[in-house]
Design a protein around this ligand. Structure first.
Ligand code: ZN
Ligand code: MN
Length: 135
């Protein structure tokens, strides 16, 4: 998400309820790749009437509008990333932490995909993070 968020959101005709703005604020600059549950838990005290469905639906809309990315590398739950530029990830199999990997990998589109329109690829490293390794 960029600085001109508000203008962009207006252009996209997103209804800017306080709850939606809070979700967007929470995600902005957030490098933890939170799940919908985490976002809901972080905001529910401020918005006691907000339901989990509201959080989930807002995230779906933001993904659909291309403002955030949905990550499916955690098999237990979807995770969300406000950084939409091409980058890669490491996921810790012990604690579930997802860390950005800012590197470019030279990938050649295999011959078997020649008739496909390839739009994206992602390198996912899996293993154990330094904190979990200590234990
Ligand atoms: Zn870990
Ligand atoms: Mn990321």
């Amino acid at each position: 998400m960029q600085n001109n968020d508000l203008n962009l959101l207006k252009e996209l005709r997103l209804k800017l309820t306080p709850q939606r703005l809070a979700i967007i604020e929470y995600l902005k600059g957030n490098k933890n790749h939170p799940s919908a549950e985490e976002i809901y838990n972080a905001l529910k005290d401020r918005f006691p009437s907000m339901s989990f469905a509201t959080v989930y639906n807002t995230l779906e809309v933001l993904v659909e509008k291309g403002l955030i990315k949905e990550l499916s590398i955690d098999s237990s739950k979807k995770r969300f990333d406000p950084y939409t530029h091409p980058h890669h990830h490491f996921i810790c199999k012990a604690c579930g932490k997802i860390v950005d990997v800012e590197a470019s990998f030279e990938i050649f589109i295999p011959e078997s995909l020649r008739d496909f329109q390839v739009e994206d690829f992602q390198v996912v490293f899996t293993g154990v993070c330094p904190e979990c390794k200590k234990e």
